[in-house]
Design a protein around this ligand. Structure first.
Ligand code: HEM
Length: 420
């Protein structure tokens, strides 16, 4: 199996916007929504898809989002640099295997089998990515590591509308698993849990998925819908724009040297109060977000597409896009606000039923950025008190810092270990 970033089918999704426009005469730039949160296309995903784990950055951040994902947070049992190195090396080994796939070794039946068996005798890559990020407690609780903490890594504190559940928050390490199928996500988690029981203790995990959509005319890409029925990801910065990603997503300036090429991860488990939402008039739902529900077009040009950029200069009082709508508060598009851009790569979750008989559904919000304070924290502060809060309740999550990537033969986290 070739070790290339993407299989031929998925490579089609990665063509730059310009190339796509060139390939499809008449497709205007504004009609193309090419970003990491584009919905998976029905029939495109294959078990043979490989997303290379190698590179300056870890996979699973700017690589296209497959249909399934999960964030698992762990306590780390590693008291010395040697312990931590052992953990990173073992994680790397498992990541390399799970992302490329291969035959499961046959062991003596007197021993536990080498693999859970969920995927049969051979593991297929299935576009699996495994992204490892560190929480502030890993640094704070180890004096030999404290000086190497990323500049603005911190413990997530309560925002205005939060009802944080302690058991669903924080962690020394987060591992994000993504794959085409839910089975591959669960298989990868179980592999890591089984392979490293002496150093990783699971604290919480939240799985999610995004709905695939049928191929669109002209190859146009659309954002997947969240569980409130709106397209989510329309205004995401273009993950194919390397210079933009360098500015928005990848950490570097001001960070400890080892951290260059990493990224801050904000994870939020946000319950959606779907019963209440489903009884809310459509017009009100649309004003809450500032976009139309079906197409995702901004309300100042409702007959266009989700790719259309709202123009707030012609709507200063919010007659079309209300001033307190989600998109306008999150990004008022005034000079300077683009300093808080982030790359959102969320999944929807459906957990069953709460004790009070309400549906337990929501958004596993995951955002990546070069500076946690300038992006996620600043934007969430602007959103505090927004009308959407009547319909959502953040209950968990945490802040983490994704390690820089690694190349073939190398191991994840080496730059950090070499500085301690
Ligand atoms: C359950 C919670 C949430 C839901 C259902 C939700 C949904 C949406 C939707 C439908 C849009 C418009 C389409 C798009 O550009 O993606 C949007 C935009 C956006 N959201 Fe959220 N969102 C949620 C939470 C958050 C949080 C916690 C943040 C960050 C603190 C955030 C930041 C943004 C940003 C930055 C935009 C783009 C604004 C723009 O540039 O026009 N969202 N969200």
């Amino acid at each position: 199996m070739a070790n290339e970033p993407f299989s031929p089918t998925r490579r089609g999704l990665l063509t730059g916007a310009a190339a796509l426009a060139a390939a499809v005469p008449g497709l205007a730039r504004a009609e193309i929504s090419l970003n990491v949160a584009s919905a998976p296309v029905t029939g495109e995903a294959a078990a043979a898809d490989i997303v290379s784990p190698y590179g300056r950055h870890q996979a699973g951040i700017t690589t296209p989002r497959p249909a399934n994902g999960m964030v698992a947070a762990f306590h780390v049992l590693a008291d010395t640099p040697a312990d931590l190195e052992r953990l990173f090396r073992r994680l790397t080994e498992r990541i390399v295997f799970l992302t490329h796939g291969g035959a499961v070794p046959e062991l003596d039946p007197k021993l536990p089998p080498a693999d859970s068996g969920l995927l049969g005798a051979a593991i297929l890559p299935d576009a699996t990515t495994i992204t490892v990020a560190l929480g502030t407690s890993l640094f704070d609780d180890r004096p030999w590591l404290a000086a190497q903490k990323p500049r603005v890594l911190q413990r997530m504190t309560k925002f205005f509308n939060d009802a944080l559940v302690a058991d669903l928050c924080h962690g020394d390490m987060s591992i994000q698993f993504c794959a085409n199928s839910q089975e591959s996500v669960v298989h990868a988690l179980r592999d890591i849990v089984k392979s490293i029981p002496d150093q990783l203790v699971l604290k919480w995990a939240q799985a999610g998925n995004v709905p695939a959509i049928a191929p669109q005319p002209g190859g146009a890409m659309e954002s997947a819908r969240n569980l409130l029925g709106f397209r989510d990801g329309s205004a995401n910065p273009d993950s194919g724009d390397v210079a933009l990603m360098e500015r928005v997503v990848w950490a570097g300036t001001g960070e400890p040297e080892w951290a260059a090429g990493g990224s801050y991860q904000a994870v939020r488990i946000i319950r959606n109060l779907v019963e209440r939402w489903d009884r809310t008039p459509l017009g009100e739902q649309e004003r809450i977000f500032g976009r139309t529900k079906i197409t995702g077009a901004p309300l100042d040009r409702p007959h266009m597409t989700e790719a259309e950029v709202p123009d707030y200069t012609t709507d200063p009082d919010g007659a079309a896009v209300p001033l307190d709508s989600h998109i306008r508060l999150a990004n008022d598009r005034k000079p300077g606000t683009d300093a808080s851009l982030m790359l959102r790569r969320p999944f929807n979750y459906v957990n069953g039923v709460l004790k009070n008989g309400q549906l337990d559904q929501g958004l596993l919000f995951i955002a990546w950025q070069a500076d946690l304070e300038r992006s996620f924290i600043a934007v969430q502060r602007r959103l505090d008190g927004e009308p959407l809060e009547e319909y959502i309740k953040p209950v968990g999550g945490g802040y983490f810092f994704a390690l820089p990537g690694f190349t073939e033969g190398d191991w994840l986290g080496r730059s950090l270990i070499e500085t301690v």
